[in-house]
Design a protein around this ligand. Structure first.
Ligand SMILES: Cc1cc2nc3c(=O)[nH]c(=O)nc-3n(C[C@H](O)[C@H](O)[C@H](O)COP(=O)(O)OP(=O)(O)OC[C@H]3O[C@@H](n4cnc5c(N)ncnc54)[C@H](O)[C@@H]3O)c2cc1C
Length: 456
């Protein structure tokens, strides 16, 4: 429980920026993350609109012995929920946003809690794009600071490698710029170290030179999974690094707002992007297209439309999930996956996804940060809708069941951005990098003021 001095300090935050305390009318709305299944009850929610406000809140909180959890959208809030937030000021960065583009330098400056959809909208008129993930309303910060897996990934690597510079409000409230040449240790650590090093108030990102991409989805009824899943796995073994795809076995409830090809159906969907000319891309995808999908939307589209290809939910939803990283999948692995989610099963999931890794995603880069690559062949990600606490318990068990069934093929490592529960964070990093990251954190935040969803 918060002590009386804390209560005084919390009340004092009201002088610094928009603040919601328990009992305030706006507290519940302000504390609610994008993932509506997560119940986070911080001691206060601060919504700064300037960097100066961020600094003053962090300084005041630290001086009062409180801690600070930066959160942009709450897409990744699930792991935070498992900690006590009684002495934590949730710093909601949704009020501190903006993008400026330098097309000649191919760099965008992205402020605080800006969403990917706003960045892509700003850079697209210049014929540029960026290594965004599958959802338009994920924030750049939480995604790139945790590595970031995009459909550009197998050609261009994890998104954290695109960071050129960061402005960070560190634990004493001061503003620090970190680049390869300035505060190089912090620059290394923050590129993979998530919210453990400070509140990131601006990121300079190197952009990608694509005005359009060859992208889309292939869709089959789930009855075809016994053909499609092994064919896709076989195809991924030799697919060039120009192509990054995901395979999902998905179940949609019957809902009038869904198109008929989705509503009430169990499906297999392969989607992604191929960074090649049309004829080469068609050649790459030919083995999958030969499986006669019911729907084939692959074709050349404006790069900005890649944000819609994965059909992620357009707004907040309650969801629970589980994840592991898999190595090569043999016949037995495919059979185990189909046993869990193939025809005739009732997995109780919205989807079970295999996201293709490899290519540049798996290659360490000399000038990269704490996460410059993610080893492994596939990221397994299982998600269930969780509109009630009971559904959350059942959904977690269902997601865990698939992850457990695939454990024979899993690796120790994890993808931070896909990790929904509290885990030993050393699993995200190579051994030496883990030790170095903890040293940098200890130097910059010895009192552990910062609270990340995945704590070091
Ligand atoms: C529908 C959906 C689709 C997704 N698709 C992908 C995908 O394709 N690829 C992929 O890699 N991931 C994907 N993710 C996962 C997503 O990238 C992570 O949940 C990511 O952490 C979200 O970042 P956020 O800032 O929006 O979320 P938040 O929950 O706000 O942030 C997560 C953590 O990042 C840190 N953080 C956030 N903002 C800041 C900041 N300004 N300063 C310091 N630390 C900060 C904090 O530690 C915070 O707890 C997806 C998630 C969902 C729900």
């Amino acid at each position: 429980m918060t002590t009386t001095p804390h209560l005084t300090a919390l009340a004092g935050l009201r002088d610094l920026c928009e603040v919601h305390l328990p009992g305030d009318e706006g507290y519940d709305a302000a504390r609610t993350p994008w993932n509506l299944a997560v119940e986070q009850r911080p001691a206060a929610v601060a919504v700064p609109r300037t960097v100066a406000e961020v600094s003053s809140v962090v300084r005041a909180a630290a001086d009062a012995g409180l801690r600070v959890a930066p959160q942009s959208t709450g897409h990744g809030a699930a792991a935070l929920e498992e900690r006590s937030l009684d002495d934590v000021v949730l710093l909601r960065l949704s009020g501190l946003t903006g993008v400026t583009v330098d097309p000649a330098a191919r760099v965008a400056r992205v402020v605080g809690g800006t969403l990917w959809q706003d960045v892509i909208a700003a850079v697209a008129p210049h014929g540029l794009t960026a290594p965004h993930g599958s959802a338009p309303d994920v924030a750049v910060a939480g995604y790139v600071l945790g590595g970031g897996l995009s459909f550009y990934g197998r050609r261009h690597g994890v998104a954290a490698n695109a960071i050129r510079s960061v402005d960070v409000v560190v634990a004493d409230g001061s503003l620090v710029t970190a680049t390869a040449a300035q505060n190089a240790d912090l620059f290394w650590a923050v590129r993979g170290g998530g919210g453990n090093l400070g509140v990131v108030v601006a990121i300079e990102l190197e952009l990608l030179p694509y005005a359009d991409v060859f992208a889309g989805m292939l869709l089959w009824d789930r009855e075809r999974a016994p053909e499609v899943v092994p064919a896709w796995v076989e195809w991924t073994r030799t697919a060039p690094e120009s192509v990054s795809t995901s395979l999902r076995v998905m179940s949609f409830p019957p809902l009038p707002e869904l198109p008929p090809f989705l509503s009430g159906r169990d499906l297999v969907i392969v989607d992604g992007a191929c960074l090649a000319e049309d004829d080469q891309a068609a050649e790459v995808l030919a083995p999958l297209r030969s499986l006669a999908p019911e729907l084939d939307t692959f074709g050349r589209i404006p790069a900005a439309e890649l944000l819609a290809v994965h059909m992620d939910p357009p707004g907040p939803v309650p969801a629970v999930g589980d994840h592991s990283v898999l190595g090569p999948l043999d016949e037995a692995a495919v059979a185990a996956f189909l046993d869990q989610v193939g025809p005739g099963t009732r997995p109780g999931l919205m989807f079970a996804e295999l996201r293709q890794l490899g290519g540049a995603i798996g290659l360490p880069t000399a000038d990269g940060g704490a996460i410059s690559h993610l080893p492994g062949d596939y990221a397994l990600f299982c998600v269930a809708m969780a509109p009630t606490p009971q559904a959350a318990v059942a959904g977690k068990a269902a997601a865990f069941g698939v992850v457990r069934a695939m454990s024979r093929w899993s690796r120790t490592g994890l993808v931070p951005t896909f990790t929904e529960s509290r885990v030993d964070a050393s699993r995200f990093y190579d051994g030496d990098d883990w030790a170095r990251l903890c040293r940098v954190r200890d130097a910059i935040d010895p009192r552990r003021v910062l609270v990340a969803n995945h704590a070091l």
